[in-house]
Design a protein around this ligand. Structure first.
Ligand SMILES: Cc1cc2nc3c(=O)[nH]c(=O)nc-3n(C[C@H](O)[C@H](O)[C@H](O)COP(=O)(O)OP(=O)(O)OC[C@H]3O[C@@H](n4cnc5c(N)ncnc54)[C@H](O)[C@@H]3O)c2cc1C
Length: 405
């Protein structure tokens, strides 16, 4: 184990791949350690907003993804209790598409030199080793790294090492699925969502034949059985029971009904407490976190993955700025100098990202709370006064520009 890797990225999800591609484009080599034995695309699809298209363009994969996904024209909010239209906001200059996760991760991974991703490599512990970090893997091997970027998702081992608290349960859950209709679905290219009492459902077309659906709900304690998140059949039946009992159109119910069980996934919704986000260490020395390892959030703004892509662009830029130019003098001096520059680069990244992450985590939580509330007063305000304002929040969050690499 004499060899020391320069930059090790833990996790090959959206966040890890975005950092790796960004670094590669800036001429920096990295090694990505992924616990699974293949690329993971859990969740099947996700809404990709304007801000993320900017990031994907910076990473060089925007156009190839655009070719496979419809551009959505509007966000439509309806009431699940009355089926009536509450508000419809055209996307106008915003670019919104529902992107298949497998195509997204494959597009990013396809930009990386062969051998950049090492599969079946789960990091189980980390420790200091001089100026470097020693990573312990599940298979008993160890690896030394000069810079560690934790992109290992919501249960991040790296964020734990940084001293960040485990994410907080929001009291809500989400189910999602994917439906392919070989003869075409005939739905308008719109983001359709239905707000009910204690739940929210939505359907978005990815292309002419496939659609993504989601269903989020607030658990009401012992009054209701929460389906086992690992039992896709139980989850699907739970969702169908809920939507059938509402005024959600039959066409939407059918879309959910026709989804393959293998595409149905469900999970409790967790987020990083805003206080922990502001007071905790996003980076320490030569280690930092991005994506869900940094800012897990409820999915109400549809920004968890989009902001992970932004993180990737900003971090790659900050690290490349810090590492460009090696300085003169003795090797030891150069190394010390280099470590200081990496630390400064990671601090720049933290400064650039902390408040953006804070606003998204708080905004998502608040939006979810109002949109899903069963309280009659909040429901009235939501449908009669706040509807346009609420949908507008999606576009406001999507207006961010992370800049070029
Ligand atoms: C219901 C729901 C709907 C959502 N909708 C949207 C949406 O519409 N738009 C949007 O932008 N976002 C959405 N999100 C959020 C989005 O899915 C996440 O924010 C995004 O996937 C985070 O990417 P990541 O790479 O940080 O984490 P992950 O996707 O979790 O990737 C982490 C990777 O690290 C690997 N890993 C984990 N631990 C280790 C380890 N110890 N060692 C090595 N590898 C490890 C994992 O195998 C995985 O490949 C939604 C989330 C939910 C729950």
């Amino acid at each position: 184990m004499d060899h020391t890797e320069e930059i090790v990225i833990v996790g090959a999800g959206l966040a890890g791949l975005a950092v790796a591609v960004g670094l590669h484009r800036k001429g920096l080599r990295s090694l990505v350690l992924e616990s699974s034995d293949t690329l993971r695309a859990a969740g099947f699809a996700l809404t990709v907003w304007t801000n993320a298209w900017r990031a994907l363009d910076a990473l060089g994969v925007g156009d190839s993804l655009r070719r496979h996904h419809l551009r959505l024209q509007a966000v439509v909010m309806s009431s699940a209790s009355s089926a009536s239209l509450v508000t419809k906001l055209p996307a106008k200059e915003h670019e919104v598409r529902c992107v298949r996760r497998n195509l997204l991760v494959e597009a990013l991974a396809g930009e990386l030199p062969h051998g950049t991703i090492r599969y079946s490599s789960k990091v189980v512990a980390m420790e200091d080793s001089g100026e470097s970090k020693l990573l312990h893997l599940a298979d008993g091997s160890t690896l030394k790294a000069k810079v560690v970027v934790g992109c290992d998702g919501i249960n991040s081992a790296v964020s734990k090492w940084l001293g960040l608290k485990p994410p907080t349960f929001s009291g809500r859950h989400a189910a999602r699925g994917f439906t392919v209709l070989p003869d075409g679905h005939g739905m308008k290219p719109e983001f359709m969502q239905y707000n009910g009492e204690g739940f929210r459902a939505g359907v978005l077309p990815c292309d002419e034949k496939s659609l993504y659906w989601f269903f989020t709900w607030t658990s009401n304690g012992e009054k209701e059985t929460i389906p086992d998140h690992h039992d896709a059949l139980m989850v699907k039946e739970f969702v169908l029971g809920k939507v059938k009992a509402s005024e959600i159109p039959e066409q939407v119910v059918e879309i959910i009904d026709k989804s393959e069980l293998s595409s149905v996934a469900s999970a409790p919704l967790r987020y990083r407490s805003p206080l922990n986000l502001l007071s905790g260490n996003i980076c320490k020395g030569n280690t930092c976190v991005t994506g869900d390892a940094f800012h897990p959030m409820t999915p109400d703004l549809g920004q968890g993955g989009c902001s992970a892509l932004e993180d990737g662009v900003v971090l790659a830029r900050c690290l490349a700025d810090a590492l460009c130019g090696g300085g003169n003098g003795e090797e030891e001096h150069r190394n010390r100098n280099r470590n200081r520059r990496v630390e400064a680069g990671l601090k720049d990244y933290e400064k650039a990202r902390k408040w953006r992450a804070f606003r998204l985590v708080v905004g998502s939580y608040a939006l979810g709370f109002v949109q899903e509330s069963g309280n009659w007063f909040l429901r009235l305000v939501r449908e009669r006064i706040l509807a346009g304002f609420l949908v507008e929040r999606l576009f406001v969050a999507a207006s961010f520009d992370c800049g070029k690499l």
